[in-house]
Ligand binder design. Structure first.
Ligand code: C2E
Ligand code: MG
Ligand code: MG
Length: 549
């Protein structure tokens, strides 16, 4: 195999050899011309005299020398022509190589290597004007999903279309570069007194890009998040930011935009850098924490509101971080989803929960929350069954909670996973019902076993207004679809009273106690006589009885 260094050496050798050959050809041509002038100057008058005045015949040796000289001149001319063609060819090849090295072949825009220097040159050129440089980082929000669901060909199509739309929206002196897979950087000159024009440009880009992309008989919609930074004032009061620094700042602002819900844009502010640092620390902590077993299941009681009996527990993840203390899943689950660790994390939690629940009374169920990302995994059902087999926990006592956002993912894939889980006897609940946008068609078409009314509605139950009517409407919907209903977030007796009046519900909430770790849950169950340490267990003691006693 030829190493790059060897390649460089051979290319250099070739150049030297070509130059040597050119020098020899040039030397021969010059010598031929001088010789022709010398010999021609002597022989030509002799020939003329011989032809027109009948003088003595020209010197034979000199005549031959002139003929040889003419042949040399012809040779030199041909060589010159060849060299000229060769140089043209070489120039074209060099231009092609430069084009390949500087341009992204898919989108035709500048690439990671050539984009920043071009932007830096533009910034330097602007130094002598009163305009400055604004740099934007544009990142597609759902590109991985587009690729996964529609294939890489469609992914390429989307990238090329997005690049074309951005390029069309940019002013003529703007620069577009593809910096990463689905990441573009743009640079535009702007007047610092009219920064709003850059905002207008960004809004235009966002709206242009969000138009559907039609190709290969498919229609795909993409949205972008945009971060911006400008060279108008120096934020660090050090040397003015160069293009690379502006790209870095715009990248941080873009990341901030993503965190704030995507499809939006933000200008860079210095504190965003600190947020990012904290976020990176959290990410590293989560990675370490999973390996170190710092993520543990907590359990929240689920109660039959009619009988007051404990019917099971919902497992809620907690991070016992040595650095941050007990961390809420609302903080680490979205990060674990983003860094692709949610499956590992969830598997480890479910494994621990199944182990804990094995000793619970056989009447008790275990509910676990599943992230939409996990439902994209075609092997999810198999993985879950494997965990059940490993622990010996009966599938009929396991309940999976999926949120409405899962239904906006690939509904066909979700249906197939849900069906195979159901075939194994696992039950499926629709969690946080009312907070998403599930349609009645989706509710009917997916074989749910339960609706869980989100706690935000339950909290409004006693607040007057339409809160009660909404909860009643959701319960009737459940009845209409023959789906039992659980009310989440019961915080006090007043709410409980209202719910009990509505009939046939299960409920959970802080009124029954905060979620507890495995040891406290065992203690609770042991007191209720619902722990099967010795294989026995008395089902269904009243939680009220325990509280009263
Ligand atoms: P969720 O599944 O809706 O869980 C109920 C959340 O409401 C829990 O918050 C619980 O502590 C809280 N809660 C329960 N009763 C009350 C109450 O009376 N008042 C109030 N204000 N809150 C109450 P937590 O544990 O912070 O979990 C938040 C969310 O994180 C969960 O919402 C669930 O969506 C997600 N989550 C938790 N564990 C996991 C997990 O292992 N995997 C996945 N993918 N998501 C999880
Ligand atoms: Mg839940
Ligand atoms: Mg919920």
């Amino acid at each position: 195999m030829t190493r790059p260094k060897d390649k460089q050496a051979t290319a250099a050798d070739r150049k030297i050899r070509n130059a040597e050959r050119d020098m020899v050809a040039l030397g021969i041509a010059i010598a031929a011309v001088i010789l022709f002038v010398g010999t021609g100057g002597t022989i030509m008058p002799q020939i003329m005299r011989n032809w027109f005045a009948g003088g003595a015949a020209p010197d034979l040796l000199l005549t031959n020398a002139v003929l040889l000289n003419i042949a040399l001149l012809i040779f030199g001319w041909r060589r010159y022509r060849d060299l000229h063609a060769e140089i043209l060819e070489r120039r074209e090849a060099e231009a092609r190589a430069r084009e390949l090295a500087e341009r992204d072949p898919l989108t035709g825009s500048l690439n990671r290597r050539s984009g920043p220097p071009a932007m830096e040159k533009l910034r330097e050129d602007l130094n002598c004007s009163n305009r400055h440089l604004a740099v934007m980082m544009i990142d597609l929000d759902n590109f991985k999903q587009i690729n996964d669901l529609n294939g890489h060909r469609m992914g390429d199509e989307v990238l090329a279309t997005v690049a074309a739309r951005v390029r069309a929206a940019l002013p003529s002196d703007g620069i577009l570069a593809r910096i990463g897979g689905d990441e573009f950087a743009c640079a535009v000159p702007f007047d610092p007194h009219a920064r709003e024009l850059v905002d207008d440009l960004v809004l235009n880009i966002i709206s242009q890009v969000s138009a559907p992309v039609e190709a290969n008989n498919m229609i795909v919609e993409a949205t972008v998040s945009i971060g911006l930074a400008h060279s108008a004032e120096d934020l660090s009061s050090e040397a003015p930011a160069d293009a690379e620094q502006l790209i870095h700042r715009a990248d941080i602002a873009m990341y901030h935009a993503k965190k704030r819900g995507r499809n939006r844009h933000y200008w860079f502010e210095p504190q965003m850098e600190d947020e990012l640092r904290f976020r990176n620390e959290l990410e590293a902590g989560i990675r370490r924490g999973i390996a170190a077993g710092e993520f543990v299941p907590f359990y929240e009681q689920q109660i039959d509101l009619e009988t007051g009996k404990l019917t099971g527990f919902e497992m809620l993840a907690r991070w016992q971080s040595p650095r941050y203390g007990l961390v809420s899943p609302e903080i680490f689950i979205p990060i674990a989803e983003e860094i692709d660790l949610i499956s590992d994390l969830s598997e480890s939690l479910i494994r621990q929960a199944l182990e804990d629940a094995k000793d619970w009374d056989t009447s008790l169920t275990l509910s676990v929350n599943i992230s939409p990302i996990q439902l994209r995994d075609p092997w999810f059902a198999q993985k879950l069954l494997h965990l059940l087999v490993e622990s010996g926990f009966p599938p009929a006592r396991l309940e999976i909670e999926i949120t409405e956002s899962c239904l906006h993912e690939n509904i066909g894939a979700v249906r197939s996973i849900v069906s195979s889980l159901k075939n194994q006897g696992i039950r499926i609940s629709l969690d946080d019902f009312g907070t998403g946008y599930s349609s009645l068609t989706q509710l009917r078409s997916l074989p749910f076993d339960r609706l869980k009314i989100d706690r935000s509605f339950v909290a409004e139950l006693t607040a007057g207004g339409e809160g009660k009517a909404l909860v009643e409407a959701m319960i009737s919907l459940g009845k209409g679809l023959s789906l039992p209903v659980t009310a989440e977030g019961i915080e006090n007796e007043k709410v409980l009273d209202e719910l009990q009046g509505l009939g046939g519900l299960k409920g959970q909430g802080y009124f029954y106690g905060r979620p507890e770790d495995s040891t406290s849950t065992r203690k609770r169950l042991s007191e209720l006589g619902m722990l099967n340490e010795d294989g026995s267990g008395e089902a269904g003691k009243m939680v009220g009885e325990r509280q009263a006693g």
